[in-house]
Design a protein around this ligand. Structure first.
Ligand SMILES: Cc1cc2nc3c(=O)[nH]c(=O)nc-3n(C[C@H](O)[C@H](O)[C@H](O)COP(=O)(O)OP(=O)(O)OC[C@H]3O[C@@H](n4cnc5c(N)ncnc54)[C@H](O)[C@@H]3O)c2cc1C
Length: 454
């Protein structure tokens, strides 16, 4: 299907007001030549959107995926600019330059960390890296990890340019920018897409969307930025899959010294390409989040087996699978054993739109005229919220760039699945989210530290 960029004056509907959608709406609005609408099934930030969270990692450490390293470097400048804008508005910063500490195991960097350092240095950003020469040096800078180092996480480098962002605040920040630039919003039930709407005489030509209340909203172009929900809304030909990933929080311990030391943590990755675990400093609000970047869980729907997100909005008592909780406790027992005496205060499954190769999928949809999809975030998109929309705008406007080439529709078969670089070595083993003993949801009682054995 040939794609024609929207001429000036076009009405563009963007469905999905998360990171991808808002960033796109803002970049398009800056052109002052389109009429832009964002639809979302919830108020923004949507509580179960991947973008809505207390924090996300902002890292440039991408091993050989240097496209994203360069994109992060572009984004970093804008994160600092956002902090300045916010300080003028008496708002808290959204980006926190805590540094990102990448720990590897057993006396040697793993190939991911080696490739990160090599590429960052070759690109001329070696001054951001502090490579530790001995386990003792790591503990000297970060005594919080003395136990982890003793357990064999004893090689590390710190990327001093990275850190974390308060992602829900970042979404709100971008939402406000969109409002200030004249983007229209249709939110809640009226904003919920039922299906893309095609010209009855030309069934492959999208002329708008039909919302859950059966209203048809006409548009010249429709952009789907519906994250992990996308494959459930339009046939994505298995190029992306909704995969459920796990997150837990701990609340401030009743120990002022420990509390203070956790506030000073950097973002950390505990041999991430092998274990999947990463974590954040304690937030000013007293929450410490730890996550696992893995191949995740599937939730296939009955009608066609397409995996769709199952979240705490529709399943209010959901937590995270008991098997995942057991694994968190086991890993943390070695890595940050002080957590063993703390209750897990919150747990959830958060959904990636996982592409087959870890690259985003941002492209005209091959089956339809006038439909663009921008998804396949593969668990690493949020850090780009200040900049991503400009790259997506290029694609909507038919401008070829290195990004449009990397994110083009790829027609890969699922057996080629290799996930993103960080998970490249992990076993692609996706469990079903169901009622089995491994995948049933953990109960609040099982969150308690006093439970001797899970
Ligand atoms: C556990 C976890 C940890 C992560 N950690 C990081 C990290 O450390 N660093 C990083 O950079 N990235 C991270 N990510 C990835 C990042 O969150 C995503 O890349 C990013 O949020 C994707 O944005 P999105 O706009 O595509 O999707 P979403 O934020 O999910 O937005 C999709 C929007 O579409 C709306 N929608 C869905 N269906 C409909 C419909 N039918 N009609 C109307 N609207 C609809 C939803 O309400 C939602 O607002 C993480 C993700 C998860 C799940």
């Amino acid at each position: 299907m040939t794609y024609t960029p929207p001429p000036p004056g076009s009405k563009i509907i963007i469905v999905g007001g998360g990171c991808f959608g808002l960033s796109t709406a803002y970049a398009l609005a800056l052109k002052n030549q389109y009429d832009i609408y964002v639809f979302d099934r919830q108020q923004i930030p949507a509580p179960d959107a991947a973008s809505s969270d207390i924090n996300k990692i902002v890292r440039m450490d991408y091993a050989n995926d240097t496209l994203y390293m360069h994109l992060t470097i572009e984004a970093l400048g804008m994160w600092h600019q956002w902090n300045e804008e916010r300080s003028q508005q008496n708002l808290d910063p959204v980006f926190h330059r805590s540094g990102v500490l990448l720990l590897s195991g057993k006396d040697e960097f793993s190939s991911f960390e080696k490739a990160c350092m090599k590429n960052i240095r070759e690109a001329g950003y070696g001054h951001f890296i502090k490579e530790y020469q001995s386990p003792e040096e790591i503990v000297e800078d970060f005594p919080q990890f003395h136990h982890a180092v003793k357990q064999g996480f004893n090689t590390a480098y710190l990327n001093k340019a990275g850190g974390w962002c308060n992602s829900s605040e970042a979404v709100k920040h971008m939402y406000q920018k969109c409002i200030d630039h004249g983007v229209h919003f249709v939110l809640g039930d009226e904003g919920c897409l039922k299906n893309v709407y095609c010209d009855p005489k030309n069934p492959d030509t999208v002329v708008g969307i039909q919302t859950a209340d059966d209203t048809i909203h006409y548009a010249d172009r429709v952009v789907l930025t519906t994250g992990s929900w996308t494959a459930g809304l339009v046939n994505m030909h298995n190029q992306v899959v909704a995969s459920g990933q796990q997150v837990v929080h701990f609340s401030s311990p009743q120990n002022a010294t420990l509390n203070a030391s956790w506030e000073k943590l950097p973002v950390w990755c505990g041999d991430l390409s092998n274990t999947g675990y990463y974590g954040f400093p304690m937030t000013p609000g007293g929450k410490m989040k730890i996550g696992k970047h893995s191949s995740g869980y599937l939730n296939p729907r009955e009608v066609d087996g397409v995996s769709v997100p199952r979240t705490q909005v529709t399943h209010t008592t959901d937590t995270l699978p008991i098997g995942a909780l057991r694994e968190f406790r086991q890993f943390l027992g070695n890595f940050l054993p002080e957590t063993s005496s703390l209750d897990v205060s919150f747990g959830r499954v958060c959904w990636y739109s996982d592409s087959i190769d870890g690259d985003f999928v941002i492209s005209p949809h091959p089956d339809y005229k006038n439909l663009i999809v921008a998804t396949g975030d593969s668990g690493h998109g949020l850090k780009f919220i200040p900049i991503l929309g400009f790259k997506i705008r290029d694609i909507i406007e038919g401008i070829e760039t290195e990004y449009s080439r990397a994110w083009a529709w790829r027609d890969m078969s699922t057996q080629d699945t290799k996930l993103d670089g960080l998970r490249a070595d992990s076993l692609l083993q996706r469990l079903l989210l169901d009622e089995t003993e491994h995948a049933r949801m953990a109960t609040p009682d099982e969150f308690k530290a006093s439970r001797p054995r899970l």
